[in-house]
Design a protein around this ligand. Structure first.
Ligand SMILES: NC(=O)c1ccc[n+]([C@@H]2O[C@H](COP(=O)([O-])OP(=O)(O)OC[C@H]3O[C@@H](n4cnc5c(N)ncnc54)[C@H](OP(=O)(O)O)[C@@H]3O)[C@@H](O)[C@H]2O)c1
Length: 284
């Protein structure tokens, strides 16, 4: 297999993907600022034959996007548009990641064919990124995924996962409140990376895919499982989203349904493997 180019290599998913593609070319921001659109075609073109470009670069701060609209659109919408154009010229596929937050939550569960209707700037920017790719090239894998957890990204700017947030909070607080009226699917970054490797190796049809671990839960449900597995002695209190006012609106329930691929293992199983393999446990 020719090497893949992974962009956003110091992020959580970029790190997980590098393990699956040992002969990849992995770029972080210091290797290549992907917003330098004038130089990007030559920089990627000079790498020679590539199997695919895998884009993990994103503006990932859902609340921050409400005030940093231009940066969110640049990274989540303009970058994929430019990458898709370059991939078209090189005749290679683009793998790009987007989110359950392109949906408004009215339907609750969403298949790949459902029409997005974002309710936040982050969601709008990710949806526009999806559309931009489809205007530029037919060779795309647009992967919608949801609530990633896994080994931390190396970048300081890498999004802190909810799992890491709960573990950090549990070291400082005896009581933790978690929202119990927002529901999504959960995704182990390593399981997603394995699936991306399979998709490219088997050459599945291009298109939009929903990839998460099986099942879904609320933030409270996820926190409860984290503390059950790790044995951390915290009092966990379910609260409504209204108790945590945030800048961006979120769907009450936006669970991605995977109707195209064999399902990934249940999220609780993946979470247990991640926490136990990292020795994150208080059990005696
Ligand atoms: N995290 C989640 O819960 C979640 C949920 C649904 C979908 N997704 C999607 O999954 C993908 C991966 O997410 P992630 O959590 O792994 O991301 P992440 O850890 O936040 O990493 C984002 C990456 O973007 C890079 N980046 C930002 N600006 C850049 C620029 N101008 N030039 C080059 N690189 C730049 C950062 O590079 P530096 O390290 O060099 O700054 C970082 O490596 C994203 O598309 C995200 O939207 C994530």
């Amino acid at each position: 297999m020719k090497p893949v180019l992974i962009l956003g290599a110091r992020g959580m998913l970029g790190g997980a993907l590098q393990k699956q593609f040992p002969n990849c070319i992995a770029w972080d921001r210091e290797d290549c600022d992907v917003t330098d659109f004038a130089r990007l075609p030559e920089k990627i073109g000079s790498l020679g034959n590539l199997e695919a470009v895998i884009n993990c670069v994103a503006y990932n701060d859902v609340d921050g996007a409400e005030t940093h609209r231009d940066l969110a659109f640049k990274l989540n919408s303009d970058v994929p548009a430019n990458l898709a154009k370059i991939c078209k010229q090189l005749d290679i596929p683009l793998v790009h990641f987007t989110s359950q937050l392109v949906f408004d939550g009215a339907k609750g569960e969403y298949a790949e064919t459902d029409l997005p209707h974002p309710i936040s700037v982050y969601g709008e920017s990710k949806y526009q990124g999806e559309q931009n790719i489809q205007k530029q090239t037919d060779k795309f894998y647009i992967i919608r995924t949801s609530v990633l957890f896994g080994p931390k990204g190396q970048s300081e700017l890498s999004k802190t996962s909810f799992v890491d947030l709960m573990l950090d909070l549990s070291l400082k607080n005896a009581t933790i409140k978690a929202v119990d009226d927002e529901e999504s699917a959960i995704t182990f970054a390593n399981d997603l990376a394995v699936k991306i490797k399979e998709i490219l190796a088997t050459g599945l049809p291009y298109g939009i895919y929903h990839i998460t671990n099986s099942g879904s839960c609320t933030w409270y449900g996820l926190a409860k499982e984290i503390f059950a597995i790790t044995g951390r002695p915290v009092e966990l209190v379910p609260v409504p989203a209204a108790e945590f006012p945030r800048a961006a609106k979120r769907p009450a329930k936006a669970v991605l349904q995977n109707t195209k691929l064999p399902p990934l293992r249940p999220w609780k199983e993946a979470l247990r493997e991640f926490l136990e393999s990292n020795n994150i446990t208080f059990k005696i």
